[in-house]
Design a protein around this ligand. Structure first.
Ligand code: ADP
Ligand code: ADP
Ligand code: MG
Length: 501
């Protein structure tokens, strides 16, 4: 029985996992870097331990130190969240050796799916359609040119070890092949320490549609339907929704079956995601599998009514799946928007810094997964994601209206955020109609980049900032004033006056 879990992560996902642990009566252990000493996840856990300096490779990727804390605290299991160690097969193996349960699949599944070339071969053998392309890495440029001309331009040159949208090059002209292969190789080497690249046909009018799967250690595997993630910037997701506005019941069933076949082909256990790329006619191809909890998992939870972290923990504990495929259905519509501390008017430059004041949207149908608070300083060392705003509605239109309301109820001062950009997405006709591809953002760039003049919201934020600054100044005066100790009554009265301001 898992009684105590170490969460080898930070930010919103660490808190997300701890919430489920608390509901299950499981104790939690947080680990943190020196930059995260005051981060909310450290206070949220039952115990918290510093594991090293700010850079991730000295802290959140420090496997020895994390295992040491797990053993010292008597944690039975480790939840890796997403990013960091979540897709690290060596770490999964190390955990196993130390007798600690890694909440995720085994090293074999992680390795097979972590290498895109191996994954493509495995999927082909399992009868899952893959994007037309090469089965082996590019070694010889002449052979690559020949192969590309056979497949037909445009093509994508992709890193076998790729992730996070890195190590990918679109090639449209024959004369660009050499430079693109070289560019993809060097980016892949720098980002992943592996320069193996391969060729995929470029799917035109591409839609990114992925399927959530759950598999136990007894051979049972189900899917929890799709997520539409075609609103992307630089191959990274910005908005996700479920159900997909272009899906049909027939294709959903077929894709779901292929997703289950994909997971079964690697003896998968735990929660995972099979990503597909589809064209406008819903011809679909396996893109990759993410062998972990996905950033956008909450929209599935809202529509299917299953807590994916709870399922992950139960599966890791050896339990059988408690639901059958035919018992699952999609109820209503959910949308997630990733809110980043970045400046959409300045090429999405990260904008870490101190949040002076933050007020979250409230009310029906809103779920907000975050870790920030008033006065929190977003560190420069990690992903500058502030939160994930998730809304649920009875149908797509209701969900869109709710998201508009939620975004307009969001107040934040001190850092620039992607909120104005996200609000503009909801106003674009193609989005409203649900007719968009991964080209949505570049296609609507002009509309999306519309700069705002001082709106009512802007004025509100300015007023809040001024208020908070004034309040802070008053509090400082109270603390530094030599009169403070002179009369308890006076002090009390003054404090009260401050709160009433
Ligand atoms: P999702 O597929 O769940 O939407 P993302 O692709 O946005 O997730 O990645 C989730 C997190 O994992 C991000 O912080 C990203 O930087 C990180 N990540 C993804 N792939 C890799 C990788 N191969 N190596 C290191 N970090 C990665
Ligand atoms: P990563 O591991 O970085 O997430 P993926 O293989 O999942 O890489 O691709 C990320 C995104 O890049 C996809 O969601 C899609 O928008 C685009 N993409 C990847 N391969 C293709 C392709 N063959 N044709 C068109 N778009 C593609
Ligand atoms: Mg991907």
């Amino acid at each position: 029985m898992i009684k105590k879990i170490l969460i080898a992560n930070r930010g919103e996902i660490a808190i997300r996992v701890m919430n489920t642990c608390r509901e299950m009566g499981i104790k939690t252990v947080a680990v943190y870097s020196e930059a995260d000493r005051t981060s909310l996840h450290t206070q949220y856990a039952d115990e918290a331990y510093c594991i090293g300096p700010a850079p991730s490779n000295e802290s959140y990727l420090n496997t020895d130190k994390i295992l040491e804390v797990a053993m010292k605290t008597g944690a039975d299991a480790i939840h890796p969240g997403y990013g960091f160690l979540s897709e690290n097969a060596n770490f999964a193996e190390q955990c196993q050796k130390e007798g600690i349960t890694f909440i995720g699949p085994d090293a074999y599944a992680i390795n097979t799916m972590g290498d895109k070339i191996t994954a493509r071969k495995t999927m082909t053998a399992a009868g899952v359609p893959v994007v037309p392309g090469t089965a082996e890495p590019i070694t010889d440029i002449d052979a690559a040119v020949k192969k590309i001309m056979e497949i037909g331009l445009p093509v994508m040159i992709k890193a076998s070890a790729g992730g996070g949208g890195k190590g990918m090059r679109l090639v449209e002209k024959e004369e660009d092949i050499l430079s693109s292969v070289q560019g993809a190789k060097s980016e892949a080497l720098a980002a992943f320490g592996n320069d193996s690249v391969y060729i995929e046909k470029y799917i035109s009018s591409p839609h990114h549609i992925e399927f959530q799967i759950l598999a136990d250690k007894h051979g049972n595997c189900i899917h929890l339907f799709e997520r539409e993630c075609s609103v992307q910037r630089r191959h990274q997701k910005v908005v996700e929704e479920t159900p997909s506005p272009i899906m049909t019941p027939k294709v959903r069933q077929e894709m779901g079956q292929h997703a289950v076949a994909a997971a079964k082909a690697v003896n998968y256990s735990g929660a995972g995601t099979i990503e597909f790329i589809t064209d406008d006619n819903l011809n679909y191809y396996f893109l990759e599998m993410n062998t972990r909890l996905q950033v956008e998992h909450p929209i599935t939870e809202q529509v299917v009514g299953i807590d994916l972290v709870r399922e992950q923990i139960k599966i890791a504990d050896g339990e059988k799946l408690s639901v059958k495929q035919e018992e699952l259905s999609q109820h209503g519509h959910a949308i997630e928007m990733r809110i980043y501390a970045e400046d959409p008017d300045n090429n999405f430059m990260p904008n870490p810094g101190t949040i002076h004041h933050i007020q979250f949207p409230l009310g029906p149908g809103i779920r907000h997964d975050t870790y920030v608070h008033n006065g929190y300083k977003i560190p420069i060392y990690y992903d500058p994601m502030i939160s994930k705003l998730v809304v649920w509605g009875n149908n797509r239109m209701e969900a869109i209206d709710r998201m508009k309301r939620a975004l307009s109820g969001f107040r934040i001062s001190g850092v620039k955020t992607s909120i104005p950009f996200l609000s503009r997405i909801l106003e674009i006709d193609d989005f409203k109609k649900g007719r968009y591809t991964t080209h949505f953002i570049p296609k609507n760039e002009e509309e999306l980049q519309k700069r705002e003049t001082c709106t009512e919201d802007g004025e509100n934020i300015a007023a809040i900032t001024a208020f908070v600054a004034f309040q802070n100044q008053l509090q400082k005066q109270i603390v530094s004033s030599p009169n403070v100790v002179s009369s308890k009554w006076k002090e009390f009265g003054r404090k009260k006056a401050v709160t009433r301001l």
